[in-house]
Design a binder for this molecule. Structure first.
Ligand SMILES: Nc1ncnc2c1ncn2[C@@H]1O[C@H](COP(=O)(O)OP(=O)(O)OP(=O)(O)O)[C@@H](O)[C@H]1O
Length: 256
């Protein structure tokens, strides 16, 4: 779709402290991370270790207290269409049809062209919702809503996708279908993906590299290259290699 591979993302010495009245929470302490163009990495860590905070900082939604984020070498201090974030709950506007949800960002930025509707239709085809453009979100299943949210993100032609436990609320079958769908899409587009998950198996199944974060304040304490071939299907999950990798990641997480 966009002809470009994903961007390089560098996180340099990022620290973040939240202050609410007298309560001070150090969420992140000097986090360093470099994600190569087109790489798929997972951030794995205990609850509350700052994974979402880190993703929000990369997205430019919140500012760090120290450190910086660079995308293709350019320092970023706010949100931009080069980075797109997807959340656990797909945030579609209930009063807009699926295609108008997809077009929302372009419309809001005044970037609609005569081509936009066709482009949105193509994206809906890509995510398997070609005949659902006129449906409203409540007329879609959970997985379909996720795919619609993905199409809405992709219309901005992001070079980096930031995914915050996007499939955690889905049932096992829909979740697996969405994981396969995402891998297929990533295989074609080679967008850089930073994916937050609690789930060791999901991390091993999806990513090129898993970065394990410590408990709060979060920092990256281990990096595991996932040297498994692709596609990673049902058969792979039962191999000794996969089982041992899963065990290793569990141990790393337990140490966190
Ligand atoms: N806006 C905020 N104001 C105050 N504290 C915050 C804010 N956002 C996050 N925190 C705190 O920062 C810490 C890290 O939160 P964060 O949501 O990044 O963790 P997480 O690893 O994504 O957690 P989980 O896996 O449970 O979703 C937590 O202690 C949280 O309470």
């Amino acid at each position: 779709m966009n002809g470009e591979v994903g961007a390089r993302v560098e996180v340099r010495s990022i620290s973040k402290i939240f202050r609410r009245s007298r309560q001070v929470t150090q969420a992140l302490a000097s986090v360093d991370l470099c994600v190569e163009p087109g790489e798929f990495i997972c951030l794995l860590g205990p609850s509350g270790c700052g994974k979402s905070t880190l993703l929000h900082i990369v997205a430019g939604f919140i500012a760090p207290d120290a450190g910086e984020v660079r995308v293709d070498g350019i320092a970023k201090t706010g949100p931009g269409a080069d980075r797109c974030m997807l959340f656990q709950a797909p945030t579609l506007f209930p009063w807009l049809t699926t295609i108008d949800n997809v077009l929302f960002g372009l419309r809001a930025r005044g970037a609609i062209t005569s081509e936009s509707r066709r482009q949105a239709g193509e994206l809906l085809e890509l995510v398997g919702l070609g005949s659902f453009g006129g449906h409203y979100p409540h007329q879609l299943s959970g997985g379909m809503r996720h795919r619609a949210a993905l199409a809405r993100a992709l219309i901005n032609r992001p070079r980096v996708l930031l995914m915050d436990e996007p499939f955690a609320a889905l049932d096992a079958i829909t979740r697996e279908a969405m994981q396969n769908f995402l891998l297929g899409l990533w295989g074609r587009e080679r967008t850089t993906i930073i994916f937050v998950t609690h789930d060791v198996e999901e991390a091993a199944l999806l990513s090129d590299r898993v970065c394990v974060m410590s408990g709060r304040p979060g920092r990256i304490i281990a990096t595991e290259e996932i040297a498994l071939g692709r596609p990673r299907d049902e058969v792979l999950r039962d191999t000794a290699e996969f089982v041992s990798l899963r065990r290793k990641l569990r141990e790393r997480l337990a140490d966190a």
